[in-house]
Design a protein around this ligand. Structure first.
Ligand SMILES: Cc1cc2nc3c(=O)[nH]c(=O)nc-3n(C[C@H](O)[C@H](O)[C@H](O)COP(=O)(O)OP(=O)(O)OC[C@H]3O[C@@H](n4cnc5c(N)ncnc54)[C@H](O)[C@@H]3O)c2cc1C
Length: 289
């Protein structure tokens, strides 16, 4: 039998106190941590359940920023009107996670805090230039998502921190975003490779903003800076996109594992880059000039 003390605080203040005074681990939806505890991967003495903290469960827009509480479930994200209209990349990523039950329990905060290279919400948040809001014992910090992941399963969160929300500027104008994921099968599969794209077009139809990010293709989710540099300011023709997409090998560092070889992953990244860009562009083009 596993002997674990269970706490169910009602405020973020209480969580911070428990983190300081116990060896507790945070429990959100439990879809990741509970299977690991059962398998004996975590020598956990205490669990701090976040489910009673209502102030972590929201999707809102304030002063041109969209903010999502850490305990918002993937279902809340995929169903939020504002996200469906403005950030299809994040909605698709949330919709692609596990099954209905996993999405109803699993949270965006748990997905990011895990810091898995395959965390599906990470690439869309990277292309949205998102910030992660972290509550520490001494105050609140907002950290760019690009600085959050530091290695497989490792982030800048310390044992006494709680991630409270993620936020990004509400994307406006001739913009589009997309997320594509390749798995071993259609449903319930951890991605072999994933790509998110964000584009914004100027009045001449040139790319005046472009951001790409990759999942399962490096030790952490990463931005596709080289591909971006090769496309910014250009017309997004198929030829331009193909030439740029081939350079993604400078942005990613795929490995071979049970699910795919490194060379297959690289090839998948190139093809997914072009398709993700085409999908994001079709949304941007619908907006008109
Ligand atoms: C069947 C199945 C299928 C899955 N499919 C996918 C998939 O397709 N794509 C994918 O990306 N993931 C997938 N997952 C993994 C998992 O469901 C997601 O990562 C989920 O979002 C985790 O969220 P959670 O709320 O359940 O996290 P939990 O399991 O509660 O916590 C995960 C980790 O984050 C920490 N944590 C949680 N909340 C916070 C917070 N607010 N601040 C700081 N730390 C926190 C916990 O301490 C723990 O270490 C799958 C899991 C299962 C069981």
């Amino acid at each position: 039998m596993i002997d674990i003390t269970y706490y169910r605080p009602e405020s973020i203040f209480e969580v911070i106190q428990l983190l300081q005074n116990t060896d507790g681990l945070l429990l959100a939806g439990g879809t990741d941590i509970l299977p690991r505890i059962r398998k004996g991967h975590y020598p956990v003495k205490a669990l701090i359940d976040l489910s009673r903290i209502e102030s972590l469960k929201f999707v809102q827009e304030v002063n041109g920023w969209i903010e999502i509480g850490a305990s918002a479930t993937h279902t809340m994200v995929e169903q939020a009107d504002i996200l469906q209209k403005s950030v299809p990349a994040l909605v698709s990523a949330s919709h692609s996670i596990g099954c209905l039950q996993t999405r109803a329990r699993g949270t965006i905060g748990g997905n990011i805090s895990n810091a898995s290279p395959a965390a599906d919400t990470a690439p869309p948040l990277l292309v949205l230039n998102a910030e992660v809001v972290i509550q520490t014992a001494t105050g609140q910090n907002a950290v760019p998502m690009t600085e959050f992941f530091i290695g497989p399963g490792k982030s800048i969160l310390s044992a006494n921190d709680i991630l409270t929300s993620v936020r990004f500027k509400h994307p406006l104008g001739r913009m589009g975003s997309s997320f594509l994921k390749l798995g071993k099968r259609k449903g319930m599969a951890i991605s072999v490779a994933s790509v998110a794209a964000y584009v914004h077009l100027d009045n001449d139809g040139c790319l005046d903003e472009i951001r790409l990010a990759y999942g399962s293709l490096a030790p952490t989710p990463v931005r596709g800076y080289t591909v971006e540099k090769n496309l910014i300011g250009n017309h997004p023709t198929l030829d331009n996109m193909q030439k740029a997409a081939w350079k993604c090998e400078q942005d990613v560092a795929p490995i071979s594992d049970l699910r795919a070889s490194a060379s297959y992953r690289l090839q998948a990244a190139r093809v997914l880059t072009i398709r993700a860009l085409q999908k994001a562009l079709s949304q941007a083009e619908e907006v008109g000039v």
